[in-house]
Design a protein around this ligand. Structure first.
Ligand code: ADP
Length: 482
């Protein structure tokens, strides 16, 4: 069993080898909790990306011809290797990303669960025989792996976001070139070691760190990459979509969110408060399905605000490595400054600070859970993704008004609402233009359910039986002369 230091690799993983960037350049990685440098990774660029794509293309020839049973067994082994190293991987994750160790353990567990799910799905890639309109011809529908996949992942879930892409890709018979976020490269690079242990053949998984612009540019320009799968901001997603147009790639995009959280007068108050704390402050608000806007009906507004502030005040801010901590640091300085700007903007437009509001130490990346009452739609935090521990609370009067406010955004990833009225449950969930709906639940992600946004929150689904579709091409064969 390897410890977190042994799992921390600094070079690129290409064709089964650990190699330096061709430029010889490197990048420092820092622990957001302390600001200390924890390591140095390769600064790869266009030529390294080319090598990785070539390795993945070569490996595709053999991997795409393996049996589903074989791929399933390899993925099962990979899932087991992840779980064998759950504590070490969690520590590595907390050191590079900052989230509390307990959350890191959960994330690593969910990575293993995604890989295992797709190990199972690998054996269920069924085709169809379609009744033929011609007596002398038969119609067969089969599914084939799309080819080499370029996977670009973010820093907020550096382990599980890659698992959600590697799992279905390998299950389908595709090979992968992965580029993790520069802030959090180690959880991804560790997959190189785990893949070797699990018997994933050389070149099936390749991992590059370095210039997003160059690696992303080469991935999208290369005719040898059949598909781009990306999790990150809507802004970069749009760019990758544009860049992918010239070679008409398949694309899967998990982009930004602006999740509404609606509490109706008839809600179970304690349940709504617990859900709001979980959906807002998990990972210090740095998830794309985190609550961005809390809409609370007038009759329950004051009571909710009081209980919500009391519950959030119990959250413990500090280094994710310390026990009892629930709120780690934000990822970097721009992330903290964005939250500060949102608070200042909201306060000039009439919001009231109920909890938190400012960093205790202006040099650190720790920002306390912050609640703003009397929020309004003209505030920046209503329109933009906050990605931090700031909870603006809005008052509304009617169901129609809540639905209108909730849908008034270009995003459509996750939304939540609390009610005990069955009719309202159906009415509201059908009207909300979101890919994920939590009714009386604040934490709803699981590998067995489809994750993916409507509107400008993305394209395609990850996880569940639908999550493999984007990695498969459907082929129709007509067999004549019978
Ligand atoms: P976030 O807002 O979560 O930091 P980004 O969209 O900026 O999200 O980053 C998500 C991932 O996209 C990271 O791996 C980042 O390096 C990568 N990325 C950023 N810019 C580009 C680009 N121009 N081309 C390809 N990938 C990019």
């Amino acid at each position: 069993m390897l410890n977190w230091r042994e799992l921390k690799r600094e070079k690129n993983f290409i064709g089964g080898n650990w190699v330096e960037a061709e430029s010889g350049l490197s990048i420092d990685v820092t622990d957001p909790a302390t600001g200390e440098t924890i390591g140095t990774i390769a600064n790869a660029g266009t030529r390294d990306a080319r090598r990785a794509i070539d390795a993945a293309k070569t490996a595709f020839e053999a991997w795409s011809c393996t049996t589903a049973d074989h791929r399933s067994k390899v993925l099962r082994k990979l899932s087991a290797c992840i779980l064998d190293h759950q504590d070490a991987l969690a520590e590595l994750l907390t050191r590079e990303q900052g989230k509390p160790l307990a959350e890191s353990r959960l994330e690593v567990g969910s990575s293993a669960a995604y890989i295992l799910w797709f190990a199972e799905e690998a054996r269920r890639i069924y085709g169809d025989i379609i009744p033929s309109p011609w007596p002398d011809r038969r119609i067969a529908v089969t599914k084939e792996p799309v080819g080499v996949v370029g996977a670009i992942t973010p820093w907020n879930f550096p382990s599980s976001m890659l698992a959600r892409k590697i799992g279905p890709a390998l299950a389908a018979g595709c090979t992968v070139v992965a580029k993790p976020a520069t802030q959090t490269p180690y959880s991804a690079l560790a997959y190189g070691i785990l893949a070797e242990q699990a018997g994933v053949p050389s070149g099936v998984i390749n991992i590059l760190t370095g210039s997003a612009r160059e690696i992303g540019g080469e991935m999208t320009a290369s005719p040898d990459i059949a598909k781009i799968t990306f999790t990150g901001s809507t802004e970069v997603g749009r760019l990758l979509l544009r860049q992918s147009a010239d070679t008409v790639k398949k694309v899967s995009m998990e982009l930004g969110g602006n999740a509404p959280f609606i509490v109706f007068d008839d809600a179970d108050l304690e349940r709504a408060v617990d859900g709001a704390v979980a959906a807002k402050f998990r990972n210090s608000g740095q998830t794309c399905i985190c609550t961005n806007r809390l809409y609370v009906q007038a009759g329950i507004y004051d009571r909710f605000l009081e209980r919500f502030a009391a519950a959030a005040a119990n959250l413990m801010v500090g280094s994710g490595l310390e026990s009892g901590i629930t709120q780690g640091p934000l990822i970097d300085r721009p992330a903290v400054e964005k939250v500060e700007q949102f608070v200042a903007d909201a306060c000039t437009k009439g919001a009231r600070i109920v909890l938190g509001g400012a960093r205790r130490d202006p040099e650190s990346l720790f920002f306390p859970p912050t609640i703003l009452a009397d929020a309004r739609p003209n505030m920046r935090c209503s329109q933009e993704e906050i990605f931090g521990p700031l909870a603006p609370v809005y008052k509304f009067e009617t169901e129609e008004e809540a639905i209108k406010l909730a849908n008034d955004t270009e995003y459509g990833l996750a939304c939540y609402f609390y009610t005990r009225d069955l009719g309202r449950t159906y009415r509201v969930s059908e009207k909300l233009k979101y890919g994920l709906v939590g009714v009386n639940e604040g934490l709803i992600t699981t590998e067995v359910a489809p994750f993916g946004g409507f509107k400008q929150s993305g394209l395609g689904k990850e996880g569940s039986k639908y999550g493999i579709d984007d990695y498969l091409s459907v082929k129709y064969t007509c067999i004549g002369g019978i």
